[in-house]
Design a protein around this ligand. Structure first.
Ligand code: 4AD
Ligand code: MG
Length: 464
């Protein structure tokens, strides 16, 4: 097989075919992935993975192997090949493997309708690739979450955790696919920034050669500049908030996808959000059935998700909350309990729009009819998951933006370049930010966002 290389040995400039891509890596190994085993029934194969379960009854040993693509049971009944020892006909011991021993196994694939994968391997030989160092810290019993987080580097091997990470990958793929196909240009704003994008209380300061820099809270300000250069853009990357909150939906480091569109009004911004979320749900339903089932997700709830999404203004939300016995004074922000109560009323995600300007970011466009509220919306996921998107139309007028920067107590000289965008061809523009871990938590039905991150960063957790 050949794949294109810069020297042009293959037909120049042509991308690899799907067949070529699917064979990538095959030449280096004869090992078959467990997910592919069903295509090898009756054939002799090699698989490589880790022992998740072992038991023996006399002269037979049952070994369940996991390789990241799935699990399969390997049954050893006969003396294995020369590469192994200690499994001799009529004699104990049968091969005994501690949990998480890494093995390479050879054997014949058999159809087994009772097995979850539909196959089993009749083992003929094995090689220990990596020994397991005694008692594995994660046993099939209930461990506390703090204990599991201390062992996060091993906990991610558990089926539920691996399913979540696969779901996260699929959600990221769906987002990129949707935005790429819609003509958005993927861009990468800086992580080290000189100014706040989302309020000064959650900034992470780092020493920048004697100067002070902050880890990015949001790429938005840079995305606005990029949208004026490229039209529709998006960033997808890590963001940081020195959040002192210890809740089920706050992380200190999280990933955000941030689309930003030039010539885009508040109204159109909401349509993009609906389309994106609906496309992601559709993708996940089509490609992540087994993960959702493993997670015990009520899939019927996700099947309800399609546009249009209901909307309430902030004022209407206050009225609805009052009916539910939760009274808020005008100007107070919605907390998690209020968001949960509102979203329980609908099966689809719910937009809350037109928030009081005072509780929202300085860059949001005031409603021309009613300047005390802004053209901003939060999208609340159903089932009590709360805010998954924050977005708005941005202020396009130079003088208004300058005033809002000053009112927010921010130093205008630091925002000089951002104000410049309003000096040369300012246009109506809008954008939004989707928190990836919150989206995954909702789609996967997870009780806490921490499981949606491979190595979550939280108020009291920086390790491992
Ligand atoms: O509402 P936020 O703060 O909006 C912004 O940062 C805008 N600048 C985005 C934009 O318009 N380009 O954050 C956006 C989303 C939230 O709705 C939430 O899903 C997620 O980011 N988020 C968090 N996720 C986990 N932990 C935290 N501490 C989060 N803070 C925000
Ligand atoms: Mg928000």
């Amino acid at each position: 097989m050949s794949i294109p290389d810069p020297s042009g040995s293959r037909t120049e400039g042509l991308p690899p075919t799907e067949l070529e891509l699917s064979r990538l890596g095959e030449e280096e190994t004869d090992v078959v992935s467990i997910a592919e085993l069903a295509n090898y029934i009756g054939q002799d194969v090699a698989v490589a993975g880790w022992v998740v379960h072992w038991r023996s009854s006399g002269r037979i040993a049952f070994v369940v192997l996991r390789d990241g693509t799935g699990t399969v049971q390997v049954v050893f009944r006969r003396p294995p090949g020369a590469s192994s020892e200690g499994f001799q006909e009529g004699k104990d011991p049968v091969p005994h493997f501690a949990l998480e021993t890494a093995l390479r196994v050879e054997g014949r694939v058999r159809s087994d309708p009772r097995a979850p994968s539909g196959v089993e391997i009749e083992g003929t030989a094995w090689t220990v690739v990596g020994e397991s160092d005694g008692e594995y810290p994660i046993q099939p019993k209930a461990h506390g979450v703090d204990y599991l987080l201390d062992w996060r580097h091993l906990w991610i091997r558990a089926p539920r955790q691996a399913a979540i990470l696969r779901l996260r990958a699929a959600v990221g793929r769906a987002i990129r696919q949707f935005l790429d196909q819609a003509g958005f240009v993927a861009v990468d704003p800086p992580i080290l920034t000189p100014t706040a994008a989302e309020g000064t209380t959650t900034l992470f300061a780092v020493d920048y050669f004697g100067d002070r820099a902050y880890l990015s809270q949001s790429g938005q300000l840079y995305l606005e500049a990029l949208a004026m250069a490229l039209g529709r853009v998006y960033a997808f990357g890590p963001t940081f908030r020195a959040e002192r909150s210890k809740t089920r939906r706050h992380l200190v480091e999280f990933w955000m996808v941030e689309p930003e569109m030039a010539f885009c009004t508040f109204e159109e911004n909401l349509l993009w959000q609906e389309r994106l979320i609906s496309a992601v749900v559709e993708y996940v339903l089509a490609h992540c059935r087994s993960e959702l089932q493993l997670l015990g997700r009520d899939i019927a709830r996700l099947e309800q998700i399609r546009p249009p999404f209901p909307r309430l203004t902030y004022d209407e939300a206050l009225v609805a909350l009052k009916e539910q016995g939760m009274e808020l004074a005008w100007g107070e922000d919605l907390g998690a309990p209020e968001e949960a109560a509102l979203s329980q009323r609908f099966e689809r995600p719910l937009f809350i729009t037109h928030f009081p300007a005072a509780i929202k970011a300085f860059y949001m466009q005031p409603d021309p009819q009613r300047p005390e509220v802004v053209l901003a919306a939060d999208l609340l996921a159903p089932e009590g998951y709360g805010e998954v998107i924050g977005g708005s139309e941005r202020i396009a007028d130079y003088h208004l933006l300058m005033r809002r920067i000053e009112e927010a107590g921010l130093p205008p000289e630091s925002y000089r370049w951002y104000l410049d965008l309003r000096r040369w061809g300012s246009v109506p523009h809008s954008g939004f930010g989707v928190g990836l871990e919150r989206l995954v938590a909702w789609l996967g039905g997870l009780p806490h966002v921490r499981e949606a991150a491979a190595f979550p960063r939280m108020l009291y957790r920086l390790r491992p």
